[in-house]
Design a protein around this ligand. Structure first.
Ligand code: VGL
Ligand code: ZN
Length: 206
């Protein structure tokens, strides 16, 4: 029997990085803006994080990090219940998510009057935007996974493609809000149409 296929798969390369999007308590089932099946991304996502760390490749994390009176909240006329209010338990990363001792974290949606679904200009603690970190580190290809497919994952992917990055969306390690039942499918189609690859995490070389 030919077992070569077991050894195939996409190999990670020097200029690759992993972007883990908004794996926060409020986006998990039971959270303030709970996403159905959001917890199911954790096993494949943690496997991919481990693979990147093993290869000494960057793993970058974004988080939704709102002020208590953010414009996207219903009390201010926005579409969402209050969620991911900075420094609250709901805004913390899920305990099951694999983090390094000093993870590189980029915060978005920090300004009251501005919605920011894309993590492209999310900022680290020193105020450096993700876009600048990617340039500084010479990253060329991003693998992206997390929550939510139809908001942050989609908007970040489209910004990355506009800026010329290769993007691979790890579809089994993402879940959508699906305010409309078709939103996930549309988001995947838009990202694919913009030149992002849609991959299962199992297609990465183990
Ligand atoms: C998001 C809904 C509300 C996201 C953020 O990051 O995908 N979705 N706020
Ligand atoms: Zn938000």
């Amino acid at each position: 029997m030919n077992l070569a296929f077991l050894l195939s798969g996409i190999a990670l390369k020097t200029h690759d990085a992993l972007l883990v999007v908004d794996v926060q308590n409020d986006f998990m089932p039971g959270g303030a803006l709970g996403i159905s099946g959001g917890d199911l991304i954790l096993p494949p996502l943690n496997r991919v994080i481990s693979a990147f760390l093993r290869e000494h490749l960057p793993v970058l994390y974004s988080r939704d990090w709102h002020p208590a009176d953010h414009c996207s909240f219903q009390a201010q006329g926005g579409p969402w219940p209050p969620h991911c209010v900075r420094d609250t338990p709901g805004a913390r990363f899920d305990d099951r998510l694999r983090l390094e001792p000093k993870p590189r974290i980029f915060s978005k949606g920090q300004h009251r009057d501005e919605e920011q679904y894309s993590a492209f200009r999310a900022e680290d603690e020193a105020g450096e935007p993700l876009s600048a970190t990617l340039r500084r580190q010479g990253i060329r290809r991003l693998y992206i996974a997390g929550l939510a497919t139809d908001y942050c994952v989609q908007n970040t992917t489209l910004d990355l493609r506009r800026a010329g990055y290769e993007v691979s969306v790890l579809t089994d390690a993402c879940r959508a809000v699906n305010l409309q039942p078709d939103d996930e499918r549309l988001a995947l189609r838009r990202m694919g149409g913009a030149g992002a690859k849609l991959l299962a995490s199992t297609e990465l070389k183990p």
